[in-house]
Ligand binder design. Structure first.
Ligand code: NAI
Length: 344
């Protein structure tokens, strides 16, 4: 099984290298992202291994198929960058549904605490021997209401962490869980009542820009928005406007809609072409991390292990892989839960 890796960074290579040349697997690592210009690097491969900012649209899938690629192995949980519908019948798609949901949930809380206790400001001040506290007043999380949108693996852990801080948790999910013990409310109620809103649902056509100007208008003044899910959930222009109007108290962003050509790379010597991101970063109440929430040693190990197991199960004679993203019945989320065989 020849596997071509795209968007592979030194830390990816380090976590996968130990599986290379074992059980007939042969890895080839490319730093470049997968897109229409780079797809031919996969020629001669049985599988490609991709990450969140690789482009796996219809044209790329057709080119992969023409090159004989049979499997797309995502090193991520989210799969919004893959046209699964188009891949159906041509190339199987597998993902890593869970690697360390704690990594993302803990990062969301790290961002939230940094923001509400102004740690990012204090860190810079004390390095310059500025020990003034002016402008650093934060607020207690205890007693505040947090709205958790998406109560899957990460959302539930984040809700639990918030519970530990003595916060009241309100939840919204399109498919609420019967046994989570959470208080589910309509999305509008969550927007109206939450002091903090944290996003943990996938990016789909339905959830794209779920935080838009209308949603922001209905939120509490001073609301803190945390997004460790996908950038496209938030209309960044509306977010910026909400911050300028002082409606939004703070934003903690690990993801950004147009991150694909910016995040994960050192752009420090360049002029940032994205004015909205530049303006957001310039705000004292906005913290941006570069899609870093998953980046723990535990998560990287787990991603490599599950990805290799996904490839191995695909090679096995029946080809069934429990982590296949199946489009057979047109509903990936539900189909995955019910089927016990290959997608096609
Ligand atoms: P999950 O699949 O366990 O949970 C997602 C939840 O969202 C489910 O409960 C689902 O019912 C719900 N949902 C689906 N459609 C919805 C809608 N229209 N409105 C509200 N809720 C909806 O996924 P998990 O593992 O908790 O991950 C959540 C998201 O976190 C992923 O989709 C991914 O985009 C993001 N993520 C970000 C990482 C980072 O490094 N920043 C790393 C890993 C995941």
């Amino acid at each position: 099984m020849k596997v071509t890796f795209f968007d592979s960074k030194p830390y990816d290579i380090a976590s996968f290298e130990k599986y290379n040349s074992i059980d007939g697997m042969e890895f080839r690592f490319y730093e470049t992202k997968l897109n229409e210009d780079t797809v031919n690097l996969a020629a001669g491969s049985d599988a490609v291994c991709v990450f969140v900012n690789d482009t796996v649209n219809a044209a790329v899938i057709d080119a992969l198929y023409a090159n004989g690629v049979k499997l797309i192995a995502l090193r991520s949980a989210g799969y919004n960058n893959v046209d699964i519908k188009h891949a159906f019948g041509k190339i199987h798609v597998v993902h890593v549904p869970a690697y360390s949901p704690y990594s993302v949930a803990e990062h969301a809380m790290a961002l939230l605490l940094t923001s509400v206790r102004r740690i990012h400001k204090a860190y810079n001040r004390t390095r310059e021997f500025n020990f003034s506290l002016n402008g650093l007043i934060g607020f207690d999380l205890h007693g505040k209401t947090v709205g958790v949108i998406g109560t899957g693996k990460i959302g539930r852990i984040f809700a639990g962490i918030c519970g530990g801080f003595g916060m009241k948790v309100l939840a919204y999910d399109k498919f609420p869980s019967d046994n989570s013990g959470m208080e589910y409310v309509p999305l509008e109620t969550l927007f109206e009542k939450s002091d903090v809103i944290s996003l943990h649902c996938p990016l789909t056509d339905e959830t794209r820009h779920m935080i838009d100007s209308k949603a922001i208008d209905s939120m509490k003044k001073g609301v803190v928005i945390v997004n460790t899910s996908r950038g496209g959930l938030i209309d960044a222009e509306a977010l910026l406007e909400g911050i300028k109007q002082r409606k939004i108290g703070a934003a903690c962003l690990d993801v950004y809609e147009e991150e694909a050509d910016i995040f994960f790379e050192d752009r420090s010597g360049h002029i940032l072409g994205d004015d909205i991101l530049a303006r957001l970063i310039s705000m004292p109440n906005v913290i941006v991390t570069s899609h870093q929430a998953y980046l723990t040693a535990e998560a990287l190990d787990s991603i490599a292990q599950t990805t290799v197991e996904n490839i191995r199960s695909f090679v096995r004679s029946d080809g069934y892989c429990e982590n296949e993203l199946c489009y057979r019945c047109g509903n990936i989320e539900h189909c995955k839960k019910e089927r016990m065989q290959k997608c096609f």
